[in-house]
Design a binder for this molecule. Structure first.
Ligand code: PLP
Length: 356
């Protein structure tokens, strides 16, 4: 229980300001705002100028409405059948398939709908423009008017440089043209995640970019400049004991570590139960600016091979200014969002550093 996830509010806002496209950004705040904390992140994004939010959870969407009031727009990425609360809290919803339309067409009347295209990602969405044509025909035949406010897709290949993203992008842009050809002109067209936005800027026909990880200060792919992605967070934990091991002595479950020579070990109050990935510990931790090897990972503790520079009061850093999340992503630890999403909100303390 000793781990601390600390965020500097001013740095977080500075990053949101420098990465957003002013007036044209939908901030993705799903999964507890990439684990930065929904309440903290939404308020900080609002201060930075963002007034459009997207999330997968209707509870989170309602929470955003309650803290931000009517001045923001909120788009629910996952399909919902909770039309009563959608109406009450003025949420915008996705139309993810022809089946969904056919089942719920009466409930959709009057709601702000965003048509979803599945593209190459195929998580959900219409497969082909003909399906949208069928929906429009059916709506016309039954004398109802759909409020098609938005059009969207999600890219699954924007951080890859092997030619697939270009195909995915073209497929989407063709779909958008197809929508225009059907006589529709949705006011909100959004497809681009952080990687696509960094690569291409906003597409010509689009009103918004829909950004996650770049707003949170991690690079969506390698070889970008650190200063364009301010990581406002750190993860630290205290040392709870320093132990001396004689050569040949073992420590941890099933003797996870055996000393090759007499050595000192720091037992640190954080483990995989707090969300520290096994892949992450392969790259060590920092204490007093020096890097040390992590020799065992347990549910709530880890063991670090230390030297005489380390004293019991020193914090142990797993993430911080010199230990960027995106650096570990580049080393193969897992996606930025995977490392953040793994952190255990219930077991780690959250500290927010405010300027005043
Ligand atoms: C539907 C959707 N849109 C946008 C994003 C934001 O992507 P990124 O964090 O890469 O900017 C995500 C993230 O997974 C997503 O699922």
């Amino acid at each position: 229980m000793g781990g601390v996830f600390q965020v500097d509010q001013a740095e977080f806002i500075e990053q949101a300001r420098q990465f957003q496209l002013e007036g044209q950004t939908i901030a993705v705040v799903k999964n507890n705002a990439y684990n930065y904390g929904l309440d903290f992140a939404v308020k900080a994004f609002a201060i930075s100028g963002i007034d459009y939010f997207a999330t997968t959870s209707i509870e989170d969407a309602i929470y955003i409405r309650k803290i931000c009031g009517e001045k923001v727009s909120i788009f629910l990425l996952n399909p919902t059948t909770d039309f009563k609360r959608v109406k009450k809290y003025k949420l915008e919803i996705t139309l993810p398939s022809l089946d969904y339309y056919q089942t719920y067409k009466n409930d959709l009347v009057g709601l702000a709908i965003h048509i979803e295209f599945e593209g190459l990602f195929k998580r959900s969405g219409l497969a082909h423009i003909d399906q949208l044509a069928a929906i429009l025909r059916d709506a016309k035949d039954s004398g109802s008017t759909l409020n098609i406010k938005g059009l969207w897709t999600h890219f699954g290949y924007a951080d890859e440089f092997n030619g697939i993203y270009e195909k995915e992008r073209q497929l989407w842009l063709d779909f958008v043209e197809g929508v225009f050809d059907l006589g529709l002109k949705p006011s909100v067209i959004h497809a681009q995640n952080s990687a696509s936005f960094v690569r291409d800027g906003i597409f010509k026909s689009h009103s918004h970019v829909r950004l996650g990880i770049g707003l949170y200060g991690s690079k969506p792919f390698k070889n970008l400049d650190d200063k364009d992605f301010i990581q406002a967070s750190s993860v630290t934990a205290p040392i709870i004991q320093i132990k001396h091991l004689d050569k040949g002595m073992s420590l941890g479950y099933s003797g996870a570590f055996t000393a090759e020579e007499d050595c000192k070990i720091a037992i640190v109050d954080i483990g995989y139960g707090d969300g520290i990935l096994r892949e992450r510990i392969k790259h060590g931790c920092q204490i007093g600016g020096r890097t040390y090897k992590i020799v065992a990972l347990m549910m709530s503790h880890m063991a670090v091979l230390i030297d005489d520079h380390v004293e019991a009061h020193m914090p142990v850093y797993l993430y911080g200014k010199n230990q960027r999340i995106d650096h570990f992503t580049a080393l193969g630890v897992g996606a930025n969002s995977e490392q953040l999403g793994a952190l255990n909100y219930n077991s780690m303390r959250r500290d927010i550093v405010y300027d005043d």
